[in-house]
Design a protein around this ligand. Structure first.
Ligand code: UDX
Ligand code: UDX
Ligand code: ADP
Length: 481
């Protein structure tokens, strides 16, 4: 019987292993983590992450062939295949600060694997890491070896949060990279046999190690680039009177372009896009390719521009000041169907409005007050460290911020509403009632294009939708980007 151990019980490790355990009942899968609260939560009825369908998958296998444990060394020692899915933050100090990946957690995991192993193992890179990390890991593992053979594979995960279970059940492809040696090929075959339990053969792509590592960074960079491209168009649409939804539809019907990932928004967020692009930029610079680095850097610059533009639009429409005004923030997660706030555009938008002295009333059904307050006080890039290393004391409260548990409460007496996550709930609010409860003129700034702007205008709102023709009010109060 094959035994699998996954180091890191986060957004990637947890759901991925739960699905492997479900689809491969004869394989024992143990997910280990140094953060005891996280493991306790995985063993409870209140899983540590919100993901549609995940509860069901975990319940079916937990205690049968799926286990969650803090006994990291024991389970690593017993495993045949060790997945490594630990944090890879962006470095905040030293060489490559603000760009390069900090591989501290990866390296400590690798050293631990080398120390505790008593039998041959396949070590699988699951978290996104810079190209050629596998080589460094291989060195750590083989230098400590006591006659033990380690095969390194890169098996990047492409699941998106909010649809993780569906993505894992029915992936576009599974990518496995390994050494082109007989040992490397044998390791690829072993991992392929795991996925072959439910993924058709033609969707399991096998490459060399470097191609697999780079493909993950490239895929995220391409996806983010599409969003920055359409967001750049949205600014031009507002300036010219074109409608970005019509433009997206028109270009998306070209089969060479395709319709997905063309929704203009207040900006992309999430744990991967920015981090992976910064990483890509750093790798290009290190390889003497500044033109390529600058090309990809623009994707992030446009994303920052889009978030700034949104804040400027809010402030300029409201007579160039939001000082002392109540603004309702609807949605804080980086997208719907997740409680994850890592790199969410809401953080930058809220910080921008707070900088102009607004009072914010924030509502997101899946994000806790503690998380929101923490996010608004944390420094850039500090979020991506293991839970137990993050400050455990409750973050200091901010007099300008209140976090509420109901959208109508957030909206009451507000001058404006900013919709920052596309939760379905925000489409269905009773906007007549909302209007009556707000200060006038009442503004809606829709950062996700979820409301029917014309209906809201009929009620009396002044509405800003990303990339759509502007109300005459907004035209008269141009935002300075
Ligand atoms: C293009 C558009 O495709 C077409 O819709 C529009 O109406 C006019 O411009 P065209 O310039 O005729 O058409 O050819 P196209 O096939 O798009 O190729 C343009 C250039 O891109 C060529 O030099 C081609 O070699 C190059 N190309 C295309 C690549 O380098 N790589 C590719 O993957 C595709
Ligand atoms: C992404 C990749 O999709 C996934 O393959 C990879 O494994 C991890 O990174 P994720 O960050 O979970 O997944 O979510 P995704 O659906 O890609 O959305 C990322 C951000 O882009 C969100 O903030 C989302 O709101 C935004 N987005 C997405 C847009 O603004 N417009 C779009 O058209 C699509
Ligand atoms: P991702 O989104 O990539 O899954 P997360 O931050 O959600 O990332 O999860 C990474 C997990 O890895 C965290 O729960 C963290 O506690 C865990 N972790 C980090 N370093 C180690 C280590 N050396 N041993 C065990 N677990 C670790």
């Amino acid at each position: 019987m094959v035994k699998i151990c996954c180091i890191g019980a986060g957004y990637v490790g947890g759901p991925t292993m739960a699905v492997i355990a479900l689809k491969c009942p004869e394989i024992e899968v143990v997910v280990v983590d140094i953060a005891a609260p996280r493991i306790n939560a995985w063993n409870s009825d209140q899983l540590p992450i919100y993901e549609p369908g995940l509860d069901d998958v975990v319940k079916q296998s937990r205690g049968r062939n799926l286990f969650f444990s803090t006994d990291v060394e024991k389970h690593v020692a017993e495993a045949d295949i060790v997945f490594v899915s630990v944090n890879t933050p962006t470095k905040t100090q030293g060489l490559g600060a603000g760009k390069a990946a900090d591989l501290t957690y990866w390296e400590s995991a690798a050293r631990m694997i080398a120390d505790v192993s008593k039998s041959d193992k396949i070590v699988v890179e699951k978290s996104t890491v810079p190209v050629k990390t596998a080589e460094a890991i291989e060195r750590i593992l083989t230098h400590n070896r006591k006659g033990i053979n380690f095969d390194i594979l890169s098996n990047p995960e492409f699941l998106a949060e909010g649809t993780a279970i569906a993505d894992l059940f029915n992936p576009d492809r599974v990518l496995i990279g390994g050494r082109e040696t007989p040992g490397g090929q044998k390791a690829i075959k072993t991992l392929k046999d795991v996925y072959a339990h439910w993924v058709p053969d033609e969707r399991i792509l096998c490459t060399n190690l470097w191609s697999a590592e780079l493909s993950k960074l490239a895929a995220n960079a391409f996806l983010a680039q599409r969003i920055s491209s359409v967001n750049a168009m949205s600014a031009l649409c507002e300036a010219t009177g074109a409608d970005v939804s019509q433009v997206s539809h028109a270009i998306g019907t070209d089969s060479r372009i395709g319709p997905k990932f063309l929704n203009a928004s207040v900006g992309f967020g999430g744990s991967c896009f920015q981090k992976d692009i910064l990483n890509l930029v750093y790798i290009c610079e290190c390889n003497g390719l500044p033109e390529v680095a600058n090309y990809w850097k623009q994707v992030i610059k446009v994303n920052d521009y889009q978030k700034n533009r949104f804040v400027n639009r809010v402030v300029s429409s409201m007579f160039n000041t939001v000082s002392g005004k109540k603004i309702a923030i609807l949605g804080f997660a980086f997208k719907k169907d997740t409680g994850d706030t890592r790199e969410t555009p809401a953080i930058d938008v809220c910080k921008g409005l707070l900088g102009d002295k607004a009072n914010l009333s924030i509502y997101d059904s899946q994000v806790t007050e503690e998380q929101i307050l923490k996010d608004l006080t944390m420094r850039k890039f500090d979020w991506d460290h293991p839970a137990h290393l993050q400050p455990s004391s409750p973050p200091t409260s901010n007099k300008q911020v209140s976090v509420v548990s109901d959208a109508y409460e957030a909206i009451k007496d507000a001058h404006g509403i900013c919709i920052l996550t596309e939760w379905d709930e925000f489409r269905k609010l009773d906007y007549q009632k909302v209007y009556e409860n707000m200060q006038k003129p009442a503004f809606v700034f829709d950062g996700r294009n979820v409301v029917d702007a014309n209906k809201l205008r009929e009620i009396g709102f002044i509405v800003y939708s990303i990339g759509k023709p502007l109300d005459s009010w907004l035209k008269d109060m141009p935002a300075v980007a």
